[in-house]
Design a binder for this molecule. Sequence first.
Ligand SMILES: [Zn+2]
Length: 85
Amino acid sequence: MDVEAYCMKCKATRKMNDAQEVTMENGRRAAKGICPVCGTKMTKFLPSDKSKDAASTAPKAASTPAKATSTTSKATSSKSKAASK
Ligand SMILES: [Zn+2]
């Protein structure tokens, strides 16, 4: 796998060694490798449209259980009629 990435240390674009395709936590794909010159780890983000759109970019829906606060919802309507002056 030939991937060119920018090496921060060399300040140049290198063809990374030992390039491996990885998937980030957010579903994006990237290539990780090592700079052949200085040995710095390199990461290059790959365009997501290269392959099929399998990685849905939908935000992770936090599945919190619906807290139904049904109690203490009875309106205190007993006092509304008293003050009629
Ligand atoms: Zn380098």
